[in-house]
Design a protein around this ligand. Sequence first.
Ligand SMILES: [Mg+2]
Length: 168
Amino acid sequence: MSLFMPTIALRKVTDITPEILKKLGTDAILLDVDNTLAPPDSKIPYEGVQEWIDRTKACGIHIVICSNNFKKRIKPFADSVGLDCVAMSLKPFPFGFERAKRKLREKPQSVLVVGDQIYTDVLGANMAGMRSILLLPRSEEHGWSIWLRRKMEKGKRKKIKLYGEDEG
Ligand SMILES: [Mg+2]
């Protein structure tokens, strides 16, 4: 199994259903923010995200935001959607996931990482022994480092089929 392959791939975070979480054996979710819950640096979540968070929490799933962005960006956003957070998590390195896992007290295999990037979210999850869901990036992005990572992702994304969607 490649370190760059997610457990499954979906279009958007709101496509994650209780059935999928049950199938993956998920008790807790580590959630990315930029391009996963909201456009990069936006305070306003994508449509349906708040309802999805509330619904998922009501199923007894613990959710912690785990982002590489700065605390001054992530903390107010996490507060506004009612979630705990770990900022500057340095994904794909294990530091942030470890900090989040201590808050959760879960085994790695029952923790699901959700995000839009192979080289941070998916690679980090695989190295930590966690499951992962890769989402499609939704908003326009700026800056050379994300441009480079998207370029590196391209060939790998071609091999990843969206869960529940047939080809053709
Ligand atoms: Mg992201």
